[in-house]
Design a protein around this ligand. Structure first.
Ligand code: FDM
Ligand code: MG
Length: 218
């Protein structure tokens, strides 16, 4: 009996919706309370050379046309695939802040063709669990303008529309689970974390094979 591989868990959603907070809580819980080896990653990974270009673009230090930056975001995932595969196969669970779903939603929001956007990420490691953080009607997470290129209320709303559109229309998004990340008393940090943990426990329990599948191949 070989040891079981780790799970690839993706957190998706708009900026400032609580993905980082929740992924830290989850990672601490898995490693400290469940004795599961686990690591947090984020895309874009700004530490690589390609990630440096993306960082400069987001901080408006360089310009780049929409398709080119899309390809860089995708390349930034591809350059991490070998090390992610190795970690998963040796049993580490990876909790990843953003993946190809952000890739499509943010570029589509600029007017790029969805099929073209998706094609660059076909064949990435397929996640075992995708959690999309959705803000409720009363949420106020869009009432800001941040420093970075995409951090405007208007653009975030466009991205949200794209997330919602393909979440409800495409069969490739059928595996996406929605987390109500409403920031009010009824949905506090702990409640949201509990919901996430129950998804994660199911996923870990049902991890069948040691094989890693490929994204968007079916
Ligand atoms: N973003 C992120 C994209 O436009 N495409 C992608 O493929 C990814 C992974 O980059 F506005 C956007 C989303 C966000 C910005 O991401 C920086 P973080 O999570 O805020 O660092
Ligand atoms: Mg951000």
């Amino acid at each position: 009996m070989g040891s079981k591989r780790g799970a690839l868990i993706i957190f998706e959603g708009l900026d400032r919706i609580g993905k980082t907070t929740q992924s830290k809580l989850l990672c601490d819980y898995l490693s400290q309370d469940c004795n599961i080896r686990c690591e947090r990653l984020a895309f874009p990974d700004r530490t690589t050379q390609i990630g440096g270009l993306i960082d400069a673009y987001l901080q408006r230090k360089i310009e780049c046309n929409d398709r080119t930056i899309h390809l860089l975001f995708s390349a930034n995932r591809w350059e991490c695939m070998d090390s992610m595969r190795a970690k998963l196969l040796r049993g580490d669970t990876l909790i990843v802040d953003r993946y190809a779903y952000s890739g499509v939603a943010f570029s589509q929001a600029k007017g790029l063709d969805k099929t073209w956007c998706q094609s660059c990420d076909v064949g990435l490691i397929k996640p075992d669990l995708v959690l999309y953080f959705h803000r409720g009607k009363q949420a106020n997470c869009l009432s800001y303008t941040g420093e970075e290129r995409y951090e405007t209320k208007h653009f975030q709303e466009e991205v949200e529309t794209c997330f919602e559109q393909f979440r409800s229309s495409s069969h490739q998004w059928k595996d996406i689970n929605v987390i109500n990340a409403d920031n009010n008393q009824m949905r506090n940090r702990e409640t949201i974390q509990e919901e996430i943990r129950s998804y994660v426990k199911d996923t870990l329990k049902n991890l069948k094979s040691n094989d890693l599948e490929e994204l968007w191949k079916d």
